[in-house]
Design a protein around this ligand. Structure first.
Ligand SMILES: Nc1ncnc2c1ncn2[C@@H]1O[C@H](COP(=O)(O)OP(=O)(O)OP(=O)(O)O)[C@@H](O)[C@H]1O
Ligand SMILES: [Mg+2]
Length: 366
């Protein structure tokens, strides 16, 4: 059993700065959880407190049901992989992976069994006799993961393990890490600032911001049902569009009034949800893929609007169209065959089935 519980955990550094402001998080056995958020939001601090490398100022952390607040890192039965994985240059790959086990006085046959098994999982068996300098960046990263796997810990902790790799290798190693987890099923907590990495790896994503947890959920849920403006804007690329507007009653129906005389009728099934905000300023949120060339106009809750593109970016499978509404940068994703050209008015369809309305003051999604 290796669930991890983080209860009301606070980290205050000298000078009173709270890097982590009382977070709660329950991680299940075998789960792969990714902490994601902008630089300085407290991801590494949280991970290091779980590892025991950083003392906690308040609250409680339990691993496998045992409170570990006062247990030193080496007795927590965790293995950590960092961005700077620092292999021993004078040792072979085998010895790099075996070293931690030798220090712990494992017998030789058991060490060999574990290293061979980890090498097989990571597909580095032919490299076992090489020194690190004869390895590529991706191969070194695999050895660093191998060092963690041979320990057979209760929990893997990763802190931005792929940020030293180039873009292509990063995507490849991301898949490798997912495969390894599917094989060994060890509970994993993974820190990254890259929302794509978070979405693709995680069973559940934890979005952090300024020392608090904004939202926890499976990737699809965070994408489709963000609860705050921060999560709505952080998850997804290109990011969700936000436009300031007003909800108003017009001839008995609720509609959204946006700058430039754009009026969208609120879908009937949502009017009860927004009714109490009639007459108030709100923020309209819509993802670029729900603002697209005019199609599906016969479907309920799909409305048209006209945009004058400033820039168009052909991506191959789609074209990104950038324009402004009342100063706000808006991005739409259209089919490459759509007649999108800078300066030429373009009809777009907004799929309001996927829109979000936010309380502008609180940033909560209504
Ligand atoms: N030893 C320290 N003393 C004082 N403040 C610190 C210390 N370590 C971290 N902090 C502060 O705590 C906050 C959280 O830092 P943390 O390293 O957890 O961020 P992060 O989310 O991992 O960011 P990044 O993506 O840049 O790695 C930051 O504001 C940082 O400046
Ligand atoms: Mg960090």
């Amino acid at each position: 059993m290796a669930q991890v519980s983080v209860r009301k955990v606070v980290k205050a550094y000298e000078g009173g700065v709270q890097a982590v402001k009382g977070i709660d998080l329950e991680i299940a056995d075998h789960e792969f959880v990714v902490l994601v958020g902008p630089s300085g939001c407290g991801k590494s601090t949280t991970l290091r407190m779980i590892a025991g490398l950083e003392e906690i100022s308040d609250g409680e952390i339990a691993i496998g049901g045992r409170v570990v607040n006062d247990i030193p890192p080496r007795d927590r039965d965790i293995a950590m992989v960092f961005q700077n994985y620092a292999l021993y240059p004078h040792m072979t790959v085998f010895d790099n992976m075996a070293f931690g086990l030798m220090l712990r006085k494992f017998d030789k046959a058991e060490i060999k069994r574990r290293v061979d098994n980890a090498a097989r999982i990571l597909d580095i068996t032919p490299l076992l006799e090489r020194k690190p300098k004869a390895l590529s960046g991706g191969q070194r990263q695999r050895v660093a993961m191998g060092r963690a796997i041979v320990r057979d810990p209760k929990v893997f902790l990763f802190d931005e393990p792929l940020s030293n790799l180039d873009a292509k290798l990063r995507v490849q190693m991301r898949t490798e890490i997912k495969k390894v987890h599917q094989t060994v099923k060890t509970t994993t907590i993974y820190v990254t600032h890259d929302q794509v990495e978070a979405m693709t790896l995680a069973d559940r994503v934890v979005v952090m911001n300024g020392g608090i947890i904004e939202q926890v959920g499976p990737p699809q849920e965070l994408y489709h049902n963000p609860k705050t403006r921060f999560v709505a804007g952080f998850i997804g690329s290109p990011a969700m569009n936000f436009i300031q507007g007003r909800l108003e009653q017009a001839s008995g129906a609720l509609r959204l009034a946006l700058p430039g005389d754009i009026y969208f009728n609120v879908p009937a099934e949502r009017t009860a949800r927004y009714a109490s905000h009639a007459g108030k300023e709100v923020t309209f949120g819509i993802r670029p893929e729900h603002l697209t060339e005019t199609k599906n106009l016969d479907r309920p809750n799909v409305a048209t609007m006209t945009a004058v593109p400033e820039v168009t970016e052909p991506m191959g499978m789609e074209t990104l169209v950038h324009f402004k509404i009342n100063g706000a940068e808006i991005c739409s994703r259209v089919d490459p065959s759509a007649p999108a050209q800078p300066g030429v008015p373009l009809a777009l369809a907004a799929d309001l089935n996927h829109m979000h309305i936010l309380d502008t003051q609180t940033g909560r999604v209504l």
